[in-house]
Design a protein around this ligand. Structure first.
Ligand code: MG
Length: 382
């Protein structure tokens, strides 16, 4: 495998730091070309000193002087602001862009990376939820691969290697999150700390709250629908508390393929970065005698209404999933700031979906406008 030059958008987040761990284990395979971060100047400086990228961007311009000062005696050039991310992501020195920014903010740089002809390792599911038709059309136009980093989608992607026939059904597994066994009354008044305490996966705050509400699985259903061109009604969500089977594909002959492994995000991150090669990784190996059994059951849409909201939004197509996503970002942020109770998250999303302007065939400007309108409506409900 030829050495790959990687850009990491969101390098100080959970996916970004785990990607750098993978890269540090394979210095012969990967080289860091660009790192970007929103606010975490200290960690960005540390990462730049260790991985020596040619460029770093601190998005929040208030931290520019600090980052630039710390790196003046190095060969790393320091930039600030989103505009720099959007320019540098198209640099000819980059082979692959790991899109691991949080939320809707990842959309614009991902579109620019596609226009720059970069292979995309996609961790930012909101990009496909908000603008799936636009992103996938653009990737086809520029002939750029989108390789999933989300563990479920990586599992499906791995199951599809060597398959050329019709998919009958995708089965997305869900851990069920920290409230899997909780009553509807207890979920309603769950605290921030309880929601952030995910049983299996080590992830960022946004996706951990989405896991607790199960909106994460709704977002992932939409993500899978766009990535693999499968209708929402052919995507089944199954709760699997052990998080060992990462997802499955069912073919027209009734055969199922599954991908299994210990829950460790570095596995799908590394697979996306090294695809189509597999390279070694010091992750935990499965011991079947220790596992004893694996459980699977249907999700409970009464306790977790977010799943049905996602199916409804995606069936409507147009900008509805974008509206849903914008409302969710605001509701999750409000919950993390202790401004709303947990059960208000799906209520705010549903109300926003009712009130926002539906656009059947949105262009990219409609998507930005819909996202902003959804955020405003959701804020007015808080
Ligand atoms: Mg996932």
């Amino acid at each position: 495998m030829e050495k790959r030059r990687i850009a990491i958008l969101g390098s100080t987040g959970s996916i970004g730091t785990q990607a750098l761990d993978v890269i540090s284990q394979h210095p012969d395979l990967f080289e860091v070309e660009l790192l970007t971060a929103n606010n975490n100047a200290d960690l960005l400086i540390q990462q730049a000193l260790k991985f020596k990228p040619n460029h770093v961007v601190i998005c929040n311009e208030d931290h520019y002087a600090k980052v630039n000062g710390a790196l003046t005696s190095t060969d790393t050039k320091v930039f600030a602001g989103m505009k720099s991310v959007n320019d540098l992501v198209q640099s000819s020195a980059i082979d692959m862009v790991l899109a691991s920014m949080v939320g809707f903010s990842g959309l614009e740089p991902t579109l620019n990376a596609i226009r720059g002809g970069k292979a995309i390792a996609l961790a930012n599911k909101e990009t496909l939820v908000a603008a799936g038709s636009i992103v996938t059309r653009l990737a086809r136009e520029y002939n750029t691969p989108i390789i999933p980093v989300d563990s479920e989608h990586s599992a499906i992607f791995q199951c599809l290697q060597g398959e050329y026939t019709q998919i009958e059904k995708l089965i997305l597994t869900a851990s069920g999150g920290p409230f899997r066994t909780w009553s509807i009354e207890d979920i309603a008044k769950a605290t921030r700390a309880q929601a952030l305490n995910h049983p299996n996966w080590d992830m960022g705050a946004k996706v951990t709250i989405d896991s607790a509400s199960m909106m994460n699985k709704g977002l992932e259903m939409i993500e899978a629908s766009w990535l693999f061109n499968v209708n929402p009604d052919d995507i089944e969500i199954v709760v699997h508390p052990q998080s060992i089977v990462h997802s499955m594909v069912q073919f027209t002959d009734g055969c199922l393929k599954a991908q299994l492994g210990a829950p460790d995000m570095r596995v799908p991150i590394q697979y996306a970065l090294s695809y189509p090669q597999r390279v070694s990784l010091d992750t935990k190996r499965i011991s079947f005698p220790e596992l004893a059994h694996l459980d699977f059951y249907a999700p409970d849409s009464t306790r977790f209404p977010a799943i049905e909201l996602a199916y409804a939004a995606h069936r409507m197509k147009g900008n509805m999933a974008c509206i849903m996503n914008g409302a969710n970002e605001i509701a999750v942020d409000a919950f993390l700031k202790d401004r709303i109770l947990f059960h208000r998250i799906p209520q705010i999303i549903e109300k926003t979906m009712e009130k926002a302007t539906f656009v059947p065939l949105p262009d990219i400007d409609d998507i930005y406008a819909s996202h902003n309108q959804a955020k405003e409506i959701a804020m007015s409900l808080i």
